[in-house]
Design a protein around this ligand. Structure first.
Ligand SMILES: [Zn+2]
Ligand SMILES: [Zn+2]
Length: 311
């Protein structure tokens, strides 16, 4: 953001596509520092929480032991205070009503995706909320704690400020991965990376766009001859892996409606692709539609932002 001349403090929310580390690294620290909500699908949130705080996974016996210790601690406190009602504040669970602080909605009057109300699966949320309200230093260290969590579902559009967000399911080996179409002031932009292939539901979303950001992950030959272990190569190539230059080009040639002013090729592998190869493949696919006004091709780099001059 600094390289692009943007201030993180201007962010209102963080949207997560899926829990792979190249998409979530630093999200908790960033969200806490900025005090903004993070939007996930429920499956992605749970997978992320398990990934970031694996210590939360415990056996039933360990869980029982923890419950016993917590009960003993509450009892001891009640004895000390002679005030058993106060204990209710210490309970972590449905008693808090699942009401998380939500600075975004409160301050900006937003009506976002439905808030998490799942008392059974919301343990991380509840611990996060308890840490904020109860002011307990031990709980504040929870790496999965977030200022606020909002759940959305693929196929159910929601509004973030004046941006309409359409999340759609993508075929990828994560818990509940999505791509996004964003609409604001009559401009439509799609974000589609990390997909093994382009299924009909994604094709349906990638229409009538002003800007298309599409994955061109690898060159098939480079991947085949490249450094990845065989199993990883199989994963990347699979129907839930990543879109090759060839597959992206095939989409652009056969299925894309040619509407976008700009097409950004993104999520290029540094081991198994070269920007030139991705570009040549896409240019070939778009050659019939070459125009000064539409389908300008740009390549996203892992280390430098695209210049806003392009837009
Ligand atoms: Zn991924
Ligand atoms: Zn990725």
């Amino acid at each position: 953001m600094q390289l692009a001349g943007e201030e993180p403090e201007t962010l209102n929310a963080i949207l997560i596509t899926h829990e792979h580390s190249d998409h979530v690294n630093g999200v908790a620290v960033t969200a806490r520092k900025l005090g903004i909500p993070v939007y996930f699908t429920e499956g992605t949130h749970q997978a992320w929480a398990r990934w970031i705080a694996p210590r939360k996974q415990m056996t039933y016996a360990q869980w029982m032991e923890q419950m016993r210790l917590q009960a003993a601690a509450r009892e001891a406190e009640a004895d000390a205070n002679h005030e058993s009602e106060a204990n209710e504040d210490d309970l972590i669970g449905p008693s808090d009503g699942g009401q998380l602080s939500h600075p975004f909605r409160k301050e900006r009057g937003m009506d976002g995706a439905p808030a998490c109300q799942d008392s059974e699966t919301g343990s991380v949320l509840e611990i996060a909320a308890a840490a904020e309200s109860a002011d307990e230093p031990a709980k504040k260290k929870d790496p999965a704690a977030l200022p606020a969590v909002e759940y959305f579902k693929a196929g159910e559009p929601f509004d973030l400020g004046d941006i309409r967000v359409n999340p759609f399911t993508i075929p990828h080996d994560a818990a509940d991965p999505v791509g996004f179409v964003f609409e604001a002031e009559g401009v439509r932009m799609a974000f589609a990376t990390d997909l093994g292939y382009v299924p009909p539901n994604v094709k349906a979303q990638l229409t009538n766009l002003d800007l298309l950001l599409l994955e061109a992950n690898h060159d098939l030959e480079m991947l085949r001859d490249g450094p990845y272990p065989w199993a990883v190569k199989q994963r990347v190539l699979s129907r839930v892996g990543h879109l090759s230059n060839e597959a992206a080009a095939s989409f652009l040639e056969k299925d894309y409606d040619g509407h976008a002013a700009h097409i950004i090729l993104a999520h290029l592998s540094e081991s198994n692709n070269l920007p030139e190869l991705a570009q040549v493949a896409a240019e070939g696919a778009l050659s019939a539609r070459a125009s000064l006004l539409a389908n300008r091709l740009l390549l996203a780099s892992q280390h430098d932002p695209l210049s806003s001059l392009y837009f």
